[in-house]
Design a protein around this ligand. Structure first.
Ligand SMILES: C[S@@+](CC[C@H](N)C(=O)[O-])C[C@H]1O[C@@H](n2cnc3c(N)ncnc32)[C@H](O)[C@@H]1O
Length: 267
């Protein structure tokens, strides 16, 4: 996973907090973290879109699959009062997530679990599943979707952001996806829906958001490069070079029309 540079040196968020003059043990507000803790596109705006689709109430139970350093989980718990199980594969991301959640005073509403969704999700009967840019890391979609179906209440709703495959990849694109984006499988048009229906989901609604994600990833790269001197001052050159390579790889894949952006709701 660490050949995807977004996941290397995840403690770099502490460099950003230090640059804001926030000491390592200080209490935090969720809004102080959201510029740095959302590992998907369009930050909390994208999470708000999910919330509109999910109608969560205080006490609703949400499973966040691939919760990263906990950005979406904290935002949802703070905004809705829902209880979130934040399931994350990588131990270092999970540790950073748990620490930031505690510093935000949200530990009673968010349970951080380090594990693999392919091993099942533990407690069942969730009202909702959210998953932002995690499924693209998982090859075995049948096993993944069976685990999701088993984790949800019968009337539950799942909200996914993921990639789709609009055309065959060149050798270089397939290599970049596999190594630098850790993306071993991308579903073709129609394939996603049939996997969901086969797993027992219904009312599948898919939106193609490719143009938005292309614009976002291109401008993210330009902004990051425009602030290189500042970023090197905060993080050091090695971290900045790694992120530059990752942001550049993703922008190039969108610009070449190699991947599509998908938002999926299924019940
Ligand atoms: C692009 S990050 C997004 C993190 C978070 N959803 C967000 O938007 O801030 C995808 C995350 O999924 C996690 N992940 C990948 N495969 C997983 C699996 N099989 N089970 C649980 N988490 C997984 C990765 O470790 C990574 O932290």
């Amino acid at each position: 996973m660490k050949s995807m540079k977004l996941y290397d040196n995840v403690r770099r968020i502490h460099n950003e907090l230090a640059a804001l003059g926030i000491s390592p043990d200080a209490a935090l507000r969720v809004d102080q973290l959201t510029p740095f803790d959302q590992y998907h596109y369009f930050g909390t705006d994208a999470v708000d879109e999910a919330l509109e689709a999910l109608d969560l109430q205080p006490g609703s139970r949400v499973l966040d699959i691939g919760s990263g350093i906990g950005g979406p989980a904290r935002y949802i718990a703070a905004k809705t009062g829902a209880h979130v199980t934040a399931l994350e594969l990588q131990p270092d991301l999970n540790e950073v997530a748990r620490d930031l959640t505690a510093r935000c005073g949200l530990s009673s509403r968010i349970e951080h679990v380090c594990g693999d969704i392919l091993d099942g999700a533990g407690a069942q009967n969730y009202d909702a599943i959210i998953s932002f840019l995690c499924f693209l890391h998982i090859q075995d979609r049948r096993k993944l979707l069976a685990a999701c179906r088993a984790a949800l209440k019968p009337a539950g709703t799942m909200y996914i952001e993921d990639y789709g495959k609009p055309r065959a990849f060149s050798v270089a694109e397939a290599e970049a996806l596999l190594v630098k984006v850790q993306c071993p499988f991308v579903p073709k048009p129609g394939e996603y829906e049939s996997h969901l229906l086969d797993a027992g989901f219904a009312d599948v609604a898919m939106s193609d958001v490719t143009e938005h994600w292309r614009a976002f990833t291109v401008s993210r790269l330009a902004m990051f490069r425009g602030q290189r001197a500042r970023n090197v001052g905060v993080h050091g050159a090695a971290i900045v070079d790694g992120l530059d390579d990752f942001y550049g790889t993703v922008a190039k894949l969108f610009q070449a029309g190699a991947i599509t952006g998908l938002k999926i709701i299924a019940r």
